[in-house]
Design a protein around this ligand. Structure first.
Ligand code: DQA
Length: 149
C-alpha cells in the first residue's frame, strides 16, 4: 500500500511551533515516523507539506493512480478551504483527515471542518499517533480476508 502523507500550512514548523499544543517532534521526525510505520507494515509513505493551497490541490490531483490512500492534515485550511474540499471530492483516492490537537477543545472556529465531508473519517487529539492510526485503518481495511471495519 502506498500512502501520501499530506500536511498543510505551518506544519513544517512542528517542534518549534506552539510545542504545548503540537508537541516537541519536528516535521522531519513526523516523516521518519510515518515512513518507518509504513515500512514495518510492508507499505510505503511519501510526505509532502506546503503552506500554499494550490500546491496541496496539485498534490491531491497527482495522487490519482499513484497512491492508495491519503492521510491529510490541512492545518487551518481545514476550516475554510472549499477548494481543498472539491479537490478531495474530485479524486477517487480515499482520505482520512488528521489533526494533532483536539480541535474541539480549542477556539470555536476550529470546531468546523469543511474538508472532513470528503474524507472517510477524521482523527483529532491523538498527537502524531493520529497519522499512524489513519494508516492502520487503511492497512486493516486492505487485509486479505478483510477485517470488517
Ligand atoms: C491542526 C489544527 C488546525 O486548527 C490548525 O490550524 C493547524 C493544525 C492540528 O493538527 O491540530 O494548523 O490541523
Amino acid at each position: 500500500m502506498k500512502f501520501l502523507i499530506l500536511n498543510g500550512p505551518n506544519l513544517n514548523l512542528l517542534g518549534s511551533r506552539e510545542p504545548g499544543v503540537y508537541g516537541p517532534e519536528s516535521y522531519e521526525g513526523l516523516c521518519r515516523r510515518v515512513r518507518d510505520f509504513a515500512a514495518a507494515h510492508g507499505a510505503s509513505a511519501d510526505c509532502f507539506q506546503s503552506n500554499r493551497e494550490g500546491a496541496l490541490i496539485d498534490a491531491i490531483h497527482a495522487a490519482r493512480g499513484t497512491y492508495d490512500a491519503i492521510v491529510f492534515n490541512p492545518g487551518a485550511f481545514t476550516h475554510y478551504s472549499y477548494a481543498l474540499l472539491d479537490a478531495l471530492k474530485a479524486v477517487d483516492v480515499p482520505c482520512i483527515e488528521v489533526h494533532i490537537s483536539n480541535v474541539h477543545q480549542r477556539e470555536e472556529f476550529r470546531h468546523k471542518s469543511v474538508t472532513a465531508p470528503a474524507c472517510v473519517g477524521q482523527i483529532c487529539g491523538l498527537g502524531l499517533y493520529g497519522y499512524e492510526a489513519a494508516m492502520g485503518y487503511f492497512l486493516a481495511r486492505e487485509e486479505p480476508g478483510g477485517k470488517t471495519l
